[in-house]
Design a protein around this ligand. Structure first.
Ligand code: SAH
Ligand code: DHB
Ligand code: MG
Length: 222
């Protein structure tokens, strides 16, 4: 098995099932043109985020890590009417690209991009008594994942779904001796999910156009 086969299967699934439209395709084009790193979710993963959003009938979504807004648009498209999505991004230049993409998608009225260090923004949201979210997607700097999980729990209600991207990284996640802060962050994130009685969680390995990686998914039980 190899990367070209994984990509070909992703293309097959995407053509049959995903139905990404011109708005999403243009979103990726603008990201590329602006020189953003190509670390957005794959189309079939974006569709999964939308399906999760549909299935919890999300009215409030939190995303940590906007990049050019690709996953953001998928998530927001799954929200119920009157919903609101808050997405956090550190790089002002990326947030600008996301803003254009979100405008072009006609979603600027339902998506709020908050620019800054996510941990600062989250602390601020806490002081603003932010209402709980129905779905939370954690996809920013991995060393901060354990902290993001703490905030995700603070901003949750029973039934909130917490998705974490990039928990496998070509299998590096099982390297206990890794001194890579990304790996350490993901490992502590998974450990605290697994040991938190409020959460029921799992993680899934994936191969596809984005290589060998995976995601975690947790449901808040009380
Ligand atoms: N969710 C996006 C991809 C996000 S990539 C998608 O799938 O389309 C990760 C993003 O997190 C990058 O844009 C990066 O700038 C941002 N990021 C990194 N560290 C951050 C921090 N401390 N606070 C907020 N955003 C951060
Ligand atoms: C990286 C970050 C991501 O969110 C991703 O999906 C892939 C790669 C990174 O920082 O390298
Ligand atoms: Mg990611």
């Amino acid at each position: 098995m190899n990367q070209s086969k994984w990509t070909a299967v992703d293309t097959y699934f995407s053509n049959l099932l995903v139905h990404a439209d011109a708005i999403l395709e243009n979103t990726l084009k603008r990201c590329k043109q602006a020189g953003l790193p190509e670390i957005h979710v794959a189309p079939n993963q974006g569709k999964l985020l939308q399906l999760l959003s549909f299935s919890v009938q999300a009215k409030r979504i939190l995303e940590v890590g906007t990049l050019g807004g690709y996953s953001t648009i998928w998530l927001a498209r799954g929200m119920r009417a009157g919903g609101k999505l808050v997405t956090l991004e550190y790089e002002p230049a990326y947030a600008k690209v996301a803003e254009v993409n979100i405008n072009e998608a006609g979603l600027s009225n339902v998506i709020e991009i908050r620019v800054g260090v996510a941990l600062d923004t989250l602390r601020q949201m806490e002081s603003e008594d932010t209402e709980p979210f129905d779905l939370i997607f954690i996809d920013a700097d991995k060393p901060s994942n354990p902290e993001y999980l703490k905030y995700a729990l603070k901003f949750s209600h029973m039934g909130t779904i917490i998705v974490g991207d990039n928990v496998v990284r070509e299998g590096e996640v099982i390297n206990e001796k890794s001194d890579d802060p990304k790996v350490e962050g993901v490992r502590r994130f998974l450990e605290s999910m697994g040991s938190n009685p409020r959460l029921s969680a799992t993680a899934i390995q994936t191969v596809g156009s984005k290589g060998y990686d995976g995601f975690s998914i947790a449901v808040v039980r009380n």
